[in-house]
Ligand binder design. Structure first.
Ligand SMILES: Cc1cc2nc3c(=O)[nH]c(=O)nc-3n(C[C@H](O)[C@H](O)[C@H](O)COP(=O)(O)O)c2cc1C
Length: 365
């Protein structure tokens, strides 16, 4: 019988060995500098958190049209690549590993954030009932325009190019953001996708965009460096689906056939109730895929230890814990509480609520 697995054991993910099974979840902080280049403060922020087995960066734009929030970083210009290189060097220098989350927001955007003030892009011209963060406050998103059939390959190629840029920037891999009601999730769900061409209608058609993005990214940088985040039942950003169990069963079959190195599953409503759809069967999804299974949403130490020991997950991602506690791994190890979250400084600003959280060590514990 195999020894019981622990959260604090190493884990082989593709070609890299993670120091433990604790992952820093992707966390948008709206602190990028001019031209959406990550700031020097971000270098310090990620370096402080490098004891995570794996860091997944904040969501990062693949192109100019991919942006939906103010001051979120990109990975489509030389300056952005060079900015990220400082971060990957810092994390690697501290013994950590880091993937970048590749993001296109689709309809969760404002004209004021789009090139030439154009309408945001989406599978269908349906405005989401959701807000975004711009001009230092929250605002209702604008009505999008539907992508034409001949524009779709260009967006797929932006994902491919961004993955190539990620390797140039020194990342260990990328996480494709297929979750939380952004562009890929908008294609998947029948509440947001009303297309009548090859990208809409049947479950197979709605999964086509994700499939093409996975193929393009895996073709560029390899399956061992490609992860995927999904959130089958989240209502985030106003996405709905008539049959998420059937949809995501098919998604997992496509994922298994292309075999990215991990699937990162948000269980429940992102940042909210885990049981928002009580009869949804996540274990059935996992049974269709043989790669690394990363879980997230509302985990504490006891829950995380239990799922890893039981073999129900290989990796556990923590979000808010890593905002407030750069040494979240050490706190989990010792069973010490995380620092309190400074909710007033999550989005935007400087060092306050970003790089100034104490560790046990510098608090003298
Ligand atoms: C401030 C903040 C920013 C977030 N930004 C992202 C993001 O960029 N990409 C993403 O996929 N999820 C994002 N999330 C969701 C988290 O990754 C995670 O799913 C959520 O916080 C639940 O995990 P937790 O209970 O451990 O905090 C964000 C959450 C918070 C609180």
């Amino acid at each position: 019988m195999a020894a019981t697995k622990s959260l604090f054991d190493t884990y082989r993910l593709g070609d890299i060995i993670l120091a433990n099974r604790i992952v820093m979840a992707p966390l948008t902080r709206n602190r990028a500098g001019a031209d959406l280049v990550p700031s020097p403060l971000a270098v310090e922020y990620y370096r402080q958190r490098a004891t995570a087995g794996l860091i997944i960066t904040e969501a990062t734009q693949i192109s100019a049209t991919a942006q939906g929030y103010q001051d979120t970083p990109g990975l489509f210009t030389q300056a952005q690549i060079e900015g990220w290189r400082k971060i990957t060097d810092a994390v690697h220098g501290a013994g950590g590993h880091i993937f970048v989350q590749l993001w296109h927001v689709g309809r969760v955007s404002l004209r004021s954030l789009q090139p030439d003030g154009a309408a945001p892009l989406a599978p269908s011209a349906l405005r989401a009932n959701t807000k975004t963060y711009a001009n230092n406050s929250f605002a209702e998103v604008d009505e999008p325009r539907a992508l034409t059939l001949d524009e779709i390959p260009g967006i797929v190629d932006d994902f491919r190019q961004a993955s190539a840029n990620a390797i140039l920037a020194g990342f260990d891999g990328v996480e494709i953001h297929g979750a939380n009601g952004y562009l890929i999730d908008q294609f998947l769900r029948d509440g947001a996708n009303k297309r009548t061409d090859a990208y809409g209608g049947s479950i197979e058609n709605r999964t086509r965009f994700l499939k093409e993005v996975l193929q393009a990214v895996i073709g560029e940088i390899g399956a061992a460096r490609t992860g995927l985040r999904l959130s089958p039942v989240t209502p985030a950003n106003d996405v709905t689906d008539s049959d998420p169990q059937a949809l995501f069963s098919h998604v997992m079959d496509v994922v298994e056939s292309l075999h990215p190195v991990y699937v990162h599953m948000i269980e429940g409503a992102t940042g909210g109730p885990r049981d928002i759809v009580p009869d949804f069967d996540f274990e059935a999804l996992r049974a269709r895929y043989s790669g690394a299974w990363m879980v997230n949403n509302g985990y504490d130490k006891a829950m995380a230890e239990e799922v890893v020991a039981a073999g129900k997950a290989d990796l556990v991602a923590f979000g808010k814990a890593f905002i407030s506690s750069p040494d979240a791994v050490e706190r989990l190890r010792r069973g010490v509480a995380f620092n309190e979250l400074d909710r007033d400084h999550l989005y935007g600003g400087g060092a306050k609520g970003y790089t100034d959280y104490p560790t046990l060590e510098n608090a003298g514990a």
